[in-house]
Design a protein around this ligand. Structure first.
Ligand code: BDR
Ligand code: CA
Length: 311
């Protein structure tokens, strides 16, 4: 199996992404989960990560707590989307598994030093603060990262937190700039893709129909999350942003995109955190990211539902 570290700010869609990875041990080995501040403050994201591991029956996965705030800015959160706890919807017990003592950034650095070069994939599902901090603190780990598959940014679908920017990149544009400039091969799941992974009522019913604790919890999570998206965007259901990352590791053929140059706006008056994606190749700058644009949504939900059914 491919070794990964999931860096995350759960979040209902983060939770589903983690569950999909933990449901797929033949293909994916989760070395650890590193929590970052994002959708809600760090104290909640690290707790939610442990709740999700226990829901999956995987209290053995080490969970680490990371950066409390973005590199240079005040934290922006998204309780308006995810609820007060970040994981509103299902009623899940408080976790009993411990939080690791090591800081998430230290874990990232140690793991990348220890594992063979090119063997560990990073999967960021929130603001890129932990990853950028590790890259700055220990630049020698950068060429050892196999690849980074992340959820963030937008092109045609532009912004969901400001008119120009997607949440994860907007929260910490300076961190995103470091990651996008790192030279590590990047695969990016922007809103253009994730807004096609919509939990329609039939797809929600399929989760519930699994009849398992995980299936019902996922249905309740996406029900909650859906309320926001329906009211706000009039969409068919909640977009499962972050699970696109773990689905890509399992079935890359579900996604299509272009290898292009992507720059991060860190200064714009109205556009901080915008992913300036050179989709048409007008700059002549070297590509630094496989920027996805489309998704086989039916294939995605078949895969997701079948895997969740294994937990
Ligand atoms: C991203 O922001 C968060 O609210 C979601 O968990 C996802 O990672 C979507 O813009
Ligand atoms: Ca997230």
């Amino acid at each position: 199996p491919r070794k990964i570290i999931i860096d995350t700010d759960p979040g209902q869609d983060d939770a589903v992404a983690i569950l999909l990875a933990l449901a797929s041990p033949d293909e994916i080995e989760v070395l650890g989960i590193t929590a970052v501040a994002g959708n809600v403050p760090l104290a909640l994201t690290q707790k939610n990560a442990r709740i999700v591991c226990e829901l999956a029956g995987r209290a053995d996965v080490p969970v680490f707590s990371g950066c409390e705030r973005p590199l240079k800015r005040a934290l922006v959160t998204a309780e308006h989307v995810h609820g007060k706890t970040g994981l509103d919807g299902p009623v899940l017990p408080d976790p009993t598994m411990p939080l690791q003592d090591t800081h998430a950034v230290e874990f990232l650095i140690r793991t990348l030093r220890r594992e063979p070069a090119g063997s560990v994939t990073l999967c960021p599902l929130g603001p890129l603060t932990n990853i950028a901090t590790a890259m700055m603190a220990a630049p020698e780990i950068v060429p050892r990262i196999a690849q980074i598959v992340l959820m963030g940014g937008a092109y045609f679908e532009v912004g969901n937190i400001t008119p120009a920017a997607e949440f994860n990149i907007h929260v910490d544009p300076e961190a995103a700039e470091i990651v996008f400039g790192s030279g590590v091969p990047l695969t990016v799941m922007p809103l253009d893709v994730t807004h096609k992974a919509l939990v329609t009522p039939a797809r929600n019913a399929a989760f519930r129909g699994l009849g398992t604790r995980v299936g019902v919890a996922v249905a309740e999570m996406t029900d909650f999350f859906e309320r926001f998206d329906k009211a706000k965007y009039g969409s068919d259901g909640a977009p499962l942003h972050d699970p696109c990352v773990t689905a890509y590791l399992l079935k890359p053929e579900l996604f299509t995109g272009r290898h292009i140059n992507v720059e991060i706006e860190t200064e714009g008056r109205f556009t901080a955190g915008m992913t300036v994606a050179d989709w048409w190749g007008v700059t002549g700058k070297a590509p630094n990211a496989m920027f996805m644009g489309d998704l086989d949504a039916d294939g995605f939900f078949v895969l997701l539902t079948e895997r969740l059914g294994r937990l």
